[in-house]
Design a protein around this ligand. Structure first.
Ligand SMILES: C[S@@+](CC[C@H](N)C(=O)[O-])C[C@H]1O[C@@H](n2cnc3c(N)ncnc32)[C@H](O)[C@@H]1O
Length: 268
């Protein structure tokens, strides 16, 4: 296990998180379990996929990303990478819009699934097994580095952001979505787990990431978040919420009142 970095726990916050998990009857000691490596192509992609949320959220996070590509004139001649791509759900979405993308994941089982699924669907997506902690790429080799539903699984967040920034070209885009460590999101994810709607042990609330923590690390490693003075954080992030049964983007009006958020920065 790596050391947990990049999170600044407030006084008594850890006790509060432990209490919240107990309130929901979530008792598994081991957290951040690898649920993904062994679920196979059926688990990632089948009609009875074990990851329905990732499929449902695809058009929402996808639109955010494609709008950014248009705004920053990213084309199919640019180098795009997704770190923590799993079975390729998000990579395929981006590839279908006509972009070249490389997906990287620590799990060779998930990378095999991603390769098999792309092949079956006549899609060109490159995949490679590697850890975010040691990305086998030269400095400044990508125009876009993306991570989706990934950073909340990473213990050494500082090393991960360092590596992702290292491989990003100057003026390149760093695009992310992840889960905040608010009381609301801990309650939401523990409640989903206790109802059996997400697999037991897959999330460790201690690894959830506050937007300020992400911005601090990104800034340290040369990535400047897009500004938004109307946002209480002062930088552009939007919440991904389930409203009337479907995922939607919501502007953030108050701190700590959301779960998943999406945003981006530019490498300086
Ligand atoms: C929730 S899945 C997200 C999959 C994909 N990004 C999506 O949204 O469809 C998280 C992924 O992170 C991968 N992962 C965890 N630790 C990693 C690491 N150190 N380096 C690279 N990938 C990692 C897991 O294997 C898993 O496939």
């Amino acid at each position: 296990m790596n050391q947990i970095t990049g999170r600044n726990f407030q006084v008594a916050e850890k006790e509060k998180i432990v209490q919240l998990t107990k309130d929901y009857g979530v008792e598994i000691d081991e957290r951040n379990m690898d649920h993904y490596s062994n679920i196979g192509i059926e688990g990632w992609w089948g009609e009875k996929t074990l990851l329905p949320g990732l499929h449902q959220v695809n058009p929402i996070r996808g639109k955010f990303v494609i709008d950014l590509f248009k705004q920053y004139q990213i084309s199919n001649s640019h180098q795009i990478i997704e770190i923590g791509c799993g079975g390729g759900i998000f990579c395929e979405y981006i590839a279908r819009q006509g972009y070249n993308i490389l997906g990287v994941d620590i799990s060779s089982g998930s990378i095999s699934v991603a390769q098999e699924h792309a092949l079956k669907n006549n899609l060109t997506v490159n995949y490679q097994t590697a850890s975010v902690y040691e990305l086998p790429f030269a400095d400044e080799s990508f125009d876009v580095v993306m991570s989706s539903d990934f950073l909340e699984h990473i213990e050494d967040l500082e090393r991960a952001i360092y590596e992702m920034s290292r491989i990003l070209k100057q003026n390149g885009l760093f695009i992310f979505d992840t889960i905040s460590r608010s009381e609301k999101s801990v309650q939401t994810y523990m409640s989903l787990e206790s109802q059996g709607l997400i697999p037991p042990g897959v999330h460790d609330p201690f690894l959830f990431v506050q937007p300020e923590e992400l911005e601090t690390l990104a800034t340290k490693y040369g990535i400047e978040f897009a500004r938004d003075d109307n946002n209480p954080y002062g930088f552009l992030i939007e919440a991904i919420e389930i409203i009337d049964g479907s995922f939607q983007l919501e502007s953030i009006k108050a701190k700590d009142n959301f779960g998943t958020y999406i945003g981006y920065g530019i490498k300086k």
